[in-house]
Design a protein around this ligand. Structure first.
Ligand SMILES: *Cc1c(COP(=O)(O)O)cnc(C)c1O
Length: 455
């Protein structure tokens, strides 16, 4: 434990709070950063130290930490009508407004929206919808779910089963029937001598083979993030979604785009599927949906899936599912404002305008021989550290290289996220040019220091 007064914020955090997804050796050595407030893209801790948060909180605080319009939208709605559900034929006017708006910005002419409190619950809800349809359609064995290696779809028992990360074995997950295909990461998974398009062809053949082998009539859906986020910011290889979607269509399997990170501007368009030129059957949204100012997730069904679900509901005249706070009026009011802030008040334009500067700054840093790959799009990038660039040899696991980088960045007043052997940068959209440069300079200084220590 670092020297701390017994009643310090850090000690009190340690005493009574559990940490999710936290490297405990780092906490023991360094203590907790207890955060009090934010300004623009910066956060401040209880000691008054200021940090540039290059991860937008957890990808979600795209408008920064003190956006007046978003706070105002919440306050106004709290005064008007502070909470309600969406059960038993009632829902708030804000919920009605938001669904219309979401379908209005969707890739479809029409569709239906169902609300949750988180991205995990949205994916979980979508799986339940698929299972519900399978039951109603007389194909109760159509329950298997396909995802890809390194995918992150959440932490509830079902969405964790879709999340193809080794740590889920600590829970005895995945549940049966959750199948993980090869991660579409060309740099890491591409075979010797294989081109990117040959890699795509191989993954497409794998998908076709798995579907045929398992039986197309046993597979309920295929879930994919347009760019894998928590898997380490992995954009798809060339032509990937077009080829995958053709196989799925051939077998009658819906494609669900998990846009929890990509949605609302992160890739420079409203949706990641737009950036990669495909129209999915379903979109899962959360995170930037409320710019992080309210917990909310949404399942957005395109026309075919909306019709299928309706047909499944008709015989029993009810969809027996929902959360107490589904479609919360304050969440919906905040989301309506967040959509305006991102799409009408110029935030998405800032991503489009700043993406080149971000890439150029990071390319400069990626010259270092201990950076194996720089990858990303828009305002989501990762730098992967390697011991040896040519052999793509990672640093020894016990060196915890990405934790070291993230901790050194924290010392320099920059928050960034360790992920595997990568460091992730996904700043708020409001970043100024000067703040972008500050991010790159602090990152570069931290990387130099860590790589020198490990040389
Ligand atoms: C964060 C995330 C989720 C889970 O969202 P929570 O709100 O944390 O439950 C699901 N899918 C993707 C792609 C995510 O990045």
């Amino acid at each position: 434990m670092p020297p701390q007064a017994a009643n310090s914020w850090e000690a009190r955090a340690e005493e009574f709070s559990l940490y999710g997804f936290t490297d405990l050796p780092s906490i023991r050595e360094r203590g907790t950063v207890v955060v009090t407030h934010g300004e623009g893209p910066y956060i401040f801790d209880t000691n008054g130290k200021k940090y540039l948060d290059s991860n937008s909180g957890l990808w979600n605080m795209v408008a920064g930490f003190d956006h007046p319009g978003l706070a105002e939208a919440a306050k106004t709605q709290y005064d008007r009508f502070p909470g309600y559900h969406a059960f038993f034929g009632r829902m708030s006017d804000q919920t009605v407004e938001l669904s219309e708006r979401l379908i209005g910005v969707s890739p479809w002419e029409r569709g239906k929206v169902f609300y949750t409190n988180s991205g995990s619950e949205a994916n979980d809800t979508m799986v339940k919808m698929l299972w519900f349809m399978a039951q109603a359609e007389g194909t109760p064995h159509k329950r298997k779910i396909l995802t890809r290696g390194n995918a992150y779809h959440g932490v509830t028992a079902v969405s964790a089963s879709m999340t193809a990360k080794p740590y889920n074995s600590a829970f005895g997950l995945p549940l049966p029937g959750f199948i993980h295909l090869t991660c579409p990461h060309f740099w890491r998974e591409g075979a010797a001598g294989e081109t990117e398009s040959e890699f795509t062809t191989r993954l497409t053949a794998e998908l076709d083979h798995v579907i045929t082998h398992e039986g197309a009539d046993t597979i309920a859906g295929f879930f994919a993030e347009p760019v894998l986020g928590a898997g380490g910011v992995i954009p798809p290889p060339a032509g990937y979604f077009q080829m995958i979607q053709a196989v799925l269509r051939k077998h009658g399997i819906p494609l669900i785009s998990d846009e929890v990170i990509c949605g609302f501007g992160r890739t420079g368009n409203v949706w990641g599927c737009e950036t990669y030129g495909f129209v999915p059957d379903v979109i899962i949204s959360s995170k930037a949906l409320t710019a992080g100012y309210f917990p909310m997730g949404a399942v957005m069904l395109g026309p075919d899936m909306a019709d299928r679900l309706q047909a499944a509901i008709d015989p029993i005249e009810e969809f027996p599912h929902g959360f107490t706070a589904s479609g919360h009026p304050v969440g919906c009011a905040v989301a309506l404002k967040a959509i305006d802030v991102v799409l009408k008040e110029g935030l998405m334009e800032m991503v489009r305008a700043g993406a080149g500067r971000m890439e150029a700054g990071l390319r400069e840093i990626a010259q270092h021989p201990n950076i194996g790959e720089l990858r990303g799009v828009g305002y989501m990038w990762a730098l992967e550290a390697v011991r040896d660039r040519d052999g793509k040899v990672p640093f020894e696991g016990h060196l915890s290289v990405s934790e070291r980088i993230a901790n050194t960045c924290t010392d320099h007043g920059l928050i960034c996220r360790p992920l595997g052997q990568s460091v992730v940068l996904c700043p708020p959209f409001i970043l100024s040019d000067g703040q972008m440069d500050e991010m790159c300079e602090k990152l570069e200084a931290a990387l130099r220091q860590v790589f020198a220590e490990l040389a």
